[in-house]
Design a protein. Structure first.
Length: 185
């Protein structure tokens, strides 16, 4: 019997490949944060000794979804002047609010809320492009969420950087110094 970190069983398992496959009564064995096997539950129980067994009868187990474009912290701006065309929404609504309120604390709070919402929807990885990307990365790591972090570069001063050179420098530092080899970022 082989050890696994977790064994997750469900009534149905829908893997990526082969396309269109629905496996009934299967389990997924996870070892070192990687899928080690997908096999019928009875075989999994014989082959693996899990640290944690998760049984979800009546549920479907699918791969985690990916949010490929978001500004997570902006969940705190939801509903703000949302009845305007895009250009007016940005110029009259969002940009003035960002100038006044965006801070590291707001980004952390908004990102925590967004991650909670994403996890409840089955999203296990997100791509974010917003101010204070180091805070977004820290929050994702703290909450054990995978993230692709983009760094903003704009030609106006913000609470995060004064000019294009500072945006680029901070972005480079984030990528090269802090998260180049991080397994979640």
């Amino acid at each position: 019997m082989r050890h696994c970190d977790s064994l997750i069983a469900s009534s149905w398992c829908i893997p990526i490949e082969p396309a269109g496959t629905v496996l009934e009564g299967h389990a997924v064995a996870v070892v070192d944060d990687r899928i080690a096997a997908i096999l019928p539950l009875a075989e999994a129980r014989e082959a693996f000794q899990p640290s944690v067994f998760v049984n979800r009868p009546g549920h479907v187990l699918i791969p985690g979804l990916i949010n490929s474009h978001c500004h997570a912290a902006m969940t705190l701006f939801r509903g703000l002047v949302d009845d305007l065309p895009l250009d007016a929404w940005l110029r009259e609504g969002i940009w003035p609010v960002e100038r006044r309120f965006v801070s590291a604390e707001l980004v952390r709070d908004g990102t925590e809320l967004a991650i909670a919402e994403m996890l409840t929807a089955g999203i296990t990885c997100f791509s974010d492009q917003y101010f204070f990307p180091e805070i977004v990365a820290e929050t994702a790591v703290d909450l054990h969420m995978r993230a692709v972090i983009g760094t903003p570069v704009v030609d106006v001063p913000t609470a995060w950087a004064e000019d294009v050179a500072e945006y680029l420098s901070k972005g480079s530092d984030l990528v090269h110094d802090r998260y180049a080899d991080h397994p979640l970022i």
